[in-house]
Design a protein around this ligand. Structure first.
Ligand code: DGL
Length: 348
């Protein structure tokens, strides 16, 4: 009969742990940490109520794919995420990734602004180590909650050496999406996260990630943006385009000190006749103007729906308005030159 002593078991456990990657889980709140009145409550629940240790405890299988540690960085519903939260989170991620005992990071997050936080980190993380954002469309108390399996997939993705150098990723619904091109496309269904025309990165299946696409744009270790010395980001606001639009919101944002405006125009970033003069005046007074589109897919082409050369506007390329805002904020920490900023929109 073969008897294993307690110290041999300990040695085996230690050897097993040594083989696994070290993944830090940073929790920020959201539905993945939400709770509802009953197992059938999938709307009208409270987001950001369950702590990170409880999230980890709810998925014991995590210990088989990585050595995980948990840190509660915030506990908020993500519609309330601010620039201050982003700067604190980005600095914390860079500090952790600089440590040799951290191999990857998972960030649990509300889904409302998950795509924005992911893109911000894609532009400021100074490492090739995997960073994966994950959320849930159903609260932890709901029947068929998607949070536990999403968290399990996110951790195994962050622990996988093949995930290095691919930029910040989003792991939702067994899919891997790139931070630049993913968006939340449904208010409530579990398949809400999609990368439409530009293609998602791959799948997570049977405990393994499978990659098929990577972004052609610069990110993470190749970024020119550095937030280490920043305590604030320049104010940039978004003006939404629609029929019968007027310049009241634009004028109010400029009067409130916006350093940049993202114009989420109709179609190919079109400018309503009533609004164009106000945009032109704002530019002449030093506010950076980016023409984006409310449409959500496709290129906003330079000198297409407006003479951007003459107006000295920038175009957002394929970035949606909320992501164009993030890139413009970071661009304005380095330059006010519209030509340099246009280059950044073609590079990131
Ligand atoms: N309040 C929303 C948020 O925190 C809930 C959506 C979710 O997390 O799925 O983003």
């Amino acid at each position: 009969m073969f008897i294993i002593t307690a110290s041999q078991v300990q040695a085996q456990d230690a050897a097993q742990k040594a083989k696994l990657a070290n993944v830090s889980i940073l929790a920020t709140g959201g539905t993945i940490a939400g709770s509802g009145a009953s197992s059938t409550t999938t709307i009208g629940y409270t987001a950001a109520t369950v702590g990170v240790q409880q999230l980890i405890k709810a998925v014991p299988e995590l210990s088989k794919v990585a050595n995980v540690s948990g840190e509660q960085v915030f506990q908020i519903a993500s519609e309330s995420m601010t620039n201050d939260h982003w700067l604190a989170l980005g600095k914390r991620v860079n500090t952790l990734l600089a440590q040799s005992n951290v191999d990857g990071i998972v960030i649990t997050h509300g889904t409302d602004t998950l795509e924005e936080t992911a893109y911000f980190l894609n532009l400021v993380v100074k490492s090739r180590k995997p960073v994966v954002l994950v959320g849930a469309m159903r609260p932890s108390t709901a029947m068929s909650a998607d949070g536990p399996i999403n968290l399990y997939n996110a951790v195994l993705l962050a622990a996988d050496p093949g995930a290095a150098g691919k930029g910040v990723m989003v792991a939702m619904g067994d899919q891997i999406h790139g931070a630049r091109d993913v968006s939340k496309t449904n208010t409530s269904t579990p398949d809400a996260f999609k990368t439409l025309d530009l293609g998602m990165m791959g799948y997570i299946q049977g405990g393994k990630p499978y990659f098929y696409h990577v972004s052609t744009r610069k990110h993470t270790a190749d970024t020119e943006f550095d937030i280490s010395g920043l305590n604030a980001l320049p104010q940039v606001d978004i003006v939404y385009g629609y029929a019968n639009m007027n310049p009241v919101a634009l004028d109010a944002f400029v009067a409130a000190g916006a350093k940049g405006i993202i114009h989420a125009g109709t179609g190919d970033g079109s400018l309503a006749a009533k609004v164009k003069p106000a945009l032109s005046n704002a530019r002449k007074n030093g506010t950076l103007i980016v023409r984006s589109s409310r449409v959500g897919q496709g290129i906003v082409a330079r000198n297409g729906e407006a003479n951007d050369d003459e107006l000295d506007f920038v175009v957002s390329d394929t970035l949606n308005p909320q992501k164009a805002r993030i890139l413009l904020m970071l661009a304005l920490t380095k330059t006010n030159n519209s030509k340099d900023i246009q280059r950044m929109f073609y590079n990131y």
